[in-house]
Design a protein around this ligand. Sequence first.
Ligand SMILES: *Cc1c(COP(=O)(O)O)cnc(C)c1O
Length: 432
Amino acid sequence: MERYPNLKESDPEIYSLIQKESEYESTTLKMIASESYASYSVLEACGSMLTDKYAEGYPGSRYYEGNEFVDCVENLAIDRAKVLFGAEHVNVQPYSGSPANQAVYRALLKIGDKVMGMPVPAGGHLTHGWKVNFSGMDYVQIPYGPDPTTGHFDMNLIRETAKRERPRMIWVGATAYPHKIEYKDFAEIANEIDAYLVADISHINAIIIAGMHPDPVPCCDVVTSTSHKMLRGPRAGFILSKLEDRFQKKYHPDDKWGLAKRIDRAVFPGLQGGPHLHIIAGMAVAFKEAMSDDFKKYGVQIVRNAKSLAESLLGKGWKLAGNGTDTHLLILDFRDKDFTGKEAAAALAKSGIIANFNMVPGDHRSPFVTSGVRLGTPSLTAMGMKEVDMIKVANWIDRVCRNIKNIDDHAENIKNEIADFCKNFKIPGIRE
Ligand SMILES: *Cc1c(COP(=O)(O)O)cnc(C)c1O
């Protein structure tokens, strides 16, 4: 029988672009805080022939025949997530983090309801009620965010806002908050005003699993997450929830489903069609990996690396938003410098350090240039880097930031040093 061609043979253009990206990522420091590296096993499941499968519905009640094996795949993903996070109910079908959050709105609220969430410039996500997103168009955002002077949440102010505005739901989760989030404090506030409390742990799931960050599952009605980012699964979303709706009588008196079933119905048929079973298979693989001791070590090391990096940068006189980190990310604060976050991020990228410009609490510059650069450690940690390596990384960052205005005289050298240094480490998903 004739062999089908592989990608290299059938589409050399795309094959070579993927090779180039692998080479690029293998020779630079990927410090995008929302990224990490999936294992080869995860990629293998995602690239499997499950891509072709249609199975609208949920395990045991599908609209198509022939689902014996994919039902097992989805059930495994669900059961593993339940164990991993200690959740009562899990939905693994959301196509990504944003659709997962959309399903939560659909399951809990009515159009026009008030939602407390952080605006994007304050470190929130688009789907937490930002104006250009469906969440800000269909619902009313009551904004909150870190205190501009301390960079930490001011829980008294947040309580005051909540009591005055009485939102129906509170989002707690961020894309650029370098400190621990105390879900218990938010739960107290939510209880005082009968609001649903929903945590979005997309950015921090692995450090929660590793015990380095408070766990939202016991005190939130719903928890959403991506399975990519530091969890190192496929690009997808999932939703953890309680089975029962504690406000069923008050807010959903005519509903016969209850919280868990309402979320499932919001995902399918409310928002989506067929589940992506190849991705759900990859998710199941990632959840299994995340139960291992190695994964916990990785989660612990992410935070140790971020702290080591923060310490080194502070030691060299750089300022950090909130003065440091106790998570996976830190934000360089250039408010008092004569260059912007955007210029700094571009200079870093030219020198082989890939990050993004980001607003700093109390920023006086526009969101299009900002005064900050967000740096994350998950990818470097997944490659095997430790605290001592962060000292070297801090040295390179320091050299770039001291030479922003004449970066062309330095970028090439720094870039070459970094490429050399990266040879000591390995990206998990790249096969030799
Ligand atoms: C990344 C992220 C999302 C959205 O995920 P996508 O998969 O990009 O849609 C939602 N919330 C938070 C806090 C995130 O960091």
